[in-house]
Design a protein around this ligand. Structure first.
Ligand SMILES: Cc1cc2nc3c(=O)[nH]c(=O)nc-3n(C[C@H](O)[C@H](O)[C@H](O)COP(=O)(O)O)c2cc1C
Length: 190
């Protein structure tokens, strides 16, 4: 049989991507967690990241108000909570209570971090781009907090030990197998 390409209308199919739990706060004691897949690094120096959020999300108002958020990386142990925080709204539920996740103090921003998450990326919004369905919050990374348990005696941080997850076309996966390391394709064999 002849191989065939199927042409679809324009859409989004860049997968896998991270599914992170973003925390936000209103500055008056209320905070919330929402799951975000439209996120990424946009600049190394200064360190910058983005999240894209629909204005109808409950979290949107808090984000707009304080201009601060925390990207909490997710793990296999957190996959259930990750999904839950992406299908329920802080309008109706206290997601901290429902998931049993523990709020902790961030080092710079006034937004709680999720203690069970191994990496907290503290962000301050520099620009909001109203793109369409989603508004992109471009942000400067103002602090990073990592779980000390994953740092070895040489100071190397073992993210792989936290069992990160990815989100791909509606499904969550763990990372199975190490296939190579940065630059291995041109590295001389010893
Ligand atoms: C895996 C996953 C990824 C998601 N990614 C986004 C996203 O990038 N942007 C967004 O606005 N909503 C995203 N959502 C939906 C929100 O997390 C969801 O609407 C949530 O209920 C919003 O919570 P809130 O109303 O408490 O703010 C995602 C949901 C899931 C499950």
């Amino acid at each position: 049989m002849e191989e065939e390409k199927v042409y679809w209308k324009p859409g989004n199919l860049i997968y896998p991507v991270p599914a992170v739990m973003v925390t936000v706060a209103d500055g008056e004691g209320k905070s919330n967690i929402l799951t975000i897949a439209w996120t990424g690094t946009v600049c190394t120096n200064p360190p910058m990241a983005y999240i894209s959020v629909r204005p109808e999300r409950y979290s949107y108002g808090m984000l707009k108000k304080t201009g601060e958020f925390v990207i909490n990386l997710t793990t296999e142990a957190l996959v259930h909570a990750t999904d839950y925080c992406g299908v329920t709204s802080g309008r109706d539920r206290d997601k901290w209570k429902d998931t049993g996740l523990t709020p902790g103090r961030a080092s710079v921003v006034n937004v709680p971090v999720i203690m069970e998450s191994p990496v907290h990326i503290e962000c301050r919004v520099t620009e909001v781009k109203e793109l369409g369905s989603h508004h992109m919050f471009l942000a400067e990374v103002v602090a990073i907090d990592v779980d000390g348990k994953q740092i070895d005696e040489k100071g190397k941080f073992h993210l792989e030990q936290t069992k990160p997850i990815v989100y791909s076309h509606g499904e969550y996966y763990g990372l199975n197998e190490l296939l190579g390391t940065f630059g291995y394709s041109i590295r001389k064999k010893k």
